[in-house]
Design a protein around this ligand. Structure first.
Ligand code: GDP
Length: 198
């Protein structure tokens, strides 16, 4: 799959307010600053589609992008940012989980991890939530450019073990432009299950 067209559709503050025609939807989530915005821009060939910034925790809305006029990519707020009051963090998480469990067109969730570190407490908790809810997900190990070549395998294995992943991590770097084809293939595989034959 190639992404030829990508356009911003709308941002919503809660599941209840979403008014969109049904289309297969793939959500991206990760800790703030994990490189989620850069990754979505990279795979969709659109530099400014999702606004990136060094300010963690800026995205607090559910942002919908229409891709190839056929499916949606959803950019979810980052989780686990330290300098946000607990009550606000809990409110964001509640909104995220209401969306993940209530949005019936969701066909895949891409959880992005930082390959440099073992999964954080928030990464592990979030992943446990996905498994408990029986939601379909894939894990992306991001910022692979930050690792030396001989570090990639052992580091990835440690992360897989820590998060008890049953599928291999998709490896990505926006900086080194690595992993786009594999992420798109994983998306295409899921989308194919929900797209009617012409
Ligand atoms: P978000 O908060 O998860 O949406 O992350 P952003 O896409 O805004 O990126 C957060 C920071 O990580 C920025 O300083 C980016 O320049 C940096 N970043 C994003 N992707 C990569 C990558 O693949 N490699 C490296 N080394 N840095 C990255």
């Amino acid at each position: 799959m190639q992404i030829n067209e990508a356009e911003f559709v709308c941002s919503y503050a809660s599941l209840k307010t979403i008014r969109l025609e049904p289309r297969p939807t793939i959500a991206f989530i990760g800790r703030s600053n994990v490189g989620k915005s850069s990754l979505i821009n990279h795979i969709s060939n659109r530099k400014g589609l999702v606004k990136t910034s060094g300010t963690p925790g800026k995205t607090q809305l559910i942002n919908f992008f229409l891709i190839n006029k056929s499916f949606y990519i959803v950019d979810l707020p980052g989780y686990g940012f330290a300098n946000v009051p607990v009550a606000v963090k809990e409110q964001w998480l509640k909104m995220i989980w209401q969306f993940l469990q209530g949005y019936t067109d969701l066909v895949l969730i891409m959880q992005i991890l930082d390959l440099r570190h073992l999964p954080s407490k928030e990464d592990l908790e979030f992943n446990r939530g996905l498994k408990q809810a029986g939601l379909p997900f894939r894990l992306i190990g991001n910022k692979v450019d930050k690792l030396k070549k001989n570090e990639i395998k052992p580091k990835t294995a440690k992360i897989v073990k820590s998060i008890q992943a049953t599928e291999p991590l998709l490896i990505h770097s926006d900086l080194a432009k690595i992993g786009k084809a594999e992420i798109l293939a994983a998306m295409e595989e899921r989308l194919a299950l929900f797209t009617e034959e012409p």
